[in-house]
Structures are given as structure tokens and as C-alpha cells.
Design a protein around this ligand. Structure first.
Ligand code: NAP
Length: 267
């Protein structure tokens, strides 16, 4: 998204830390109006907003559980009240609750599916409803609305001990593609970004531990862990008119993690 006088309105779910925070700040630096959603970490959300306003953007923080239909609808109502119709949804909020399969409780399964998959469905549905209310645009015009799902390399890489998480991300992939097909003729674009290993709170037990980090790097041909800014840059491009012909696809931002690194010197 180029810095233009016509500011885009962007809703970022889970923007109080990690990838969502990096994306929200990235849009803020371009002068966007950013709705900074958070669930429990108000301080983190306020930090995000401070960074946005300090760099020329604007916005507000809003607490909502993305898996609650009422809370999601109230969040959109507030966004529309403040800024009118939305331009971009960054559907990012997500959690992990890891367990071996036989020990996985129904609560652990439901919590992850509810936040990662149902939450992304609810937020996407409200965004689509808003985009559909915008005036029609011509076939050769740019898109009138843009949804970016933050999925994971685990939408294609199986992950033992994380079946709930991998299932949610595999589900997001088909949610994204089916939705993209359904709304393309309305000039609405829908895509996924699937990050590899990005240093955030979700995996700090790994990147803060030297030995675990060395093991992780064996899975990353590019030999560094990713940063939230790596994802923000892809999101900004996908939300911009520069990518106007891109819909229904997944961009893997993963340092080559999906390249079967085990085959580097084997096979
Ligand atoms: P993170 O630092 O733990 O951030 C997760 C964010 O999601 C937080 O802002 C959290 O809000 C929010 N959240 C959790 N449950 C929520 C709910 N019910 N309603 C609203 N917000 C909720 O993790 P992250 O690494 O940035 O993860 C962001 C996304 O990237 C997730 O979808 C994750 O699956 C995906 N991803 C991450 C990696 C990675 O290596 N880090 C790789 C692939 C994909 P509060 O803190 O305010 O509760």
C-alpha cells in the first residue's frame, strides 16, 4: 500500500503482539487508519497504537474475542462508526494448545479451532458484508475490499503433537480459496500469508533456547528465524493495488521451510 492522501482503513486482529503487531505498525507507518484488535493484552495493543500514531497513522484499540459473534459484530460496528467502510482485514489472531493426539482434550481441540478457524470465519464474514455494501466497481477497476488470512506453513506441513493447530490452518486454506472464488466477481480479493518460524510470543520457548533454536534452523534453508516485519511487508503488498491480480492464493514467507529441507543432502 503506497502512502497516499486517501487513507486505507485496516482491521488487524490479534494486533497486541507478534505478527499482528508488526503488521499493524507497518500499515500505520504508511498513514493508514488501523483498528488494533486484542484479546487480553491491552498494554500490548496500546504499544502498537502508540507506534502507529508516532509514525503518522491513526487508529484505536478494541478488545474483542474473535470467536465471539457478538464481540466481532460490535467491533465492526465501532470501526464503521469511526471510519466508515473497511478496506482491509488482516485476519491474524491465533493460538496453540499443544498435546500428543491421544492426550488431547476436547477443550484443547475446541479452543484452537474456535479461535483460529471460527474466529477467522466470523471476522471475514463481517468484512465481506461491509465490502458488499460498497458501490459496484467496474471490471477494470481495482478491488474494493481485501482480506488477508494469516495461516501457517502447517497448512501444508503436517505437525505431530499439534494436530488441532495444523487442522485449523489447513481449514483456513480451503476457507480462503472457497471464499476467494465466491467473491472475486464482486471485486473483492482474498488471500493467505503462511509464515514459517517467526520470532513471537507463540514460540518464544524455541527461539530463546540456544539448542532448540539450532534444531529449528535445520528446518530453515535460509538460516534465520523470521521477524514480524517479514510478514508485514508481504501483507502491505498483498493489500495494495500492486497485487490487484492476486486472489485465492497463499504466499509462503518461510525462509524455504516448505522446500523439504531434509532433502538438501539426502535422497
Ligand atoms: P502471538 O504473539 O502469541 O500473538 C497472538 C495474537 O492473537 C495476540 O495478539 C493475541 O491477543 C491474539 N489472540 C489470541 N486469541 C484471541 C482471541 N480469541 N481473540 C482475539 N485475539 C486473540 O503469536 P503470533 O506468532 O504473532 O501469531 C499470530 C498469527 O500468526 C497466528 O494466527 C499464528 O498461528 C500465525 N503464525 C505464527 C507463526 C510464528 O512462527 N510465530 C508461524 C505461522 C503462523 P492477546 O495477546 O491480546 O490475548
Amino acid at each position: 500500500m503506497e502512502k497516499t492522501s486517501e487513507k486505507k482503513t485496516v482491521l488487524v486482529t490479534g494486533a497486541s503482539s507478534g505478527i499482528g503487531q508488526g503488521i499493524a505498525i507497518g500499515f500505520g507507518q504508511l498513514g493508514a487508519r488501523v483498528i488494533v484488535n486484542y484479546h487480553s493484552d491491552k498494554e500490548g495493543a496500546q504499544y502498537t497504537l502508540n507506534k502507529i500514531t508516532a509514525s503518522g497513522g491513526e487508529g484505536f484499540i478494541h478488545q474483542a474475542d474473535v470467536s465471539s459473534e457478538d464481540e466481532v459484530q460490535a467491533m465492526y460496528a465501532k470501526a464503521v462508526d469511526a471510519y466508515g467502510p473497511l478496506d482491509v482485514l488482516i485476519n491474524n489472531a491465533g493460538i496453540q494448545k499443544d498435546s500428543s493426539f491421544s492426550n488431547m482434550s476436547l477443550d484443547e481441540w475446541n479452543a484452537v479451532i474456535k479461535t483460529n478457524l471460527t474466529g477467522q470465519f466470523l471476522c471475514a464474514r463481517e468484512a465481506i458484508r461491509l465490502f458488499e455494501q460498497k458501490p459496484d466497481v467496474g471490471d477494470n477497476d481495482k478491488s474494493k475490499g481485501n482480506i488477508i488470512f494469516i495461516s501457517s506453513v502447517h497448512d501444508v506441513i503436517p505437525w505431530a503433537g499439534h494436530v488441532n493447530y495444523a487442522s485449523s490452518k489447513g481449514g483456513i486454506s480451503m476457507l480462503m480459496k472457497s471464499l476467494a472464488l465466491e467473491v472475486a466477481q464482486k471485486k473483492i480479493r482474498v488471500n493467505c500469508i503462511s509464515p514459517g518460524a517467526i520470532a513471537t510470543d507463540i514460540n518464544d520457548d524455541v527461539w530463546k533456547d540456544k539448542e532448540k533454536m539450532a534444531e529449528l534452523l535445520k528446518l530453515i534453508p535460509y538460516k534465520r528465524i523470521g521477524q514480524p516485519e517479514d510478514i508485514a511487508k508481504a501483507a502491505i503488498w498483498l493489500a495494495s493495488d500492486e497485487s490487484d491480480y492476486v486472489t485465492g492464493t497463499t504466499i509462503y514467507v518461510d525462509g524455504g521451510m516448505t522446500l523439504y529441507p531434509g532433502f538438501l543432502e539426502n535422497g
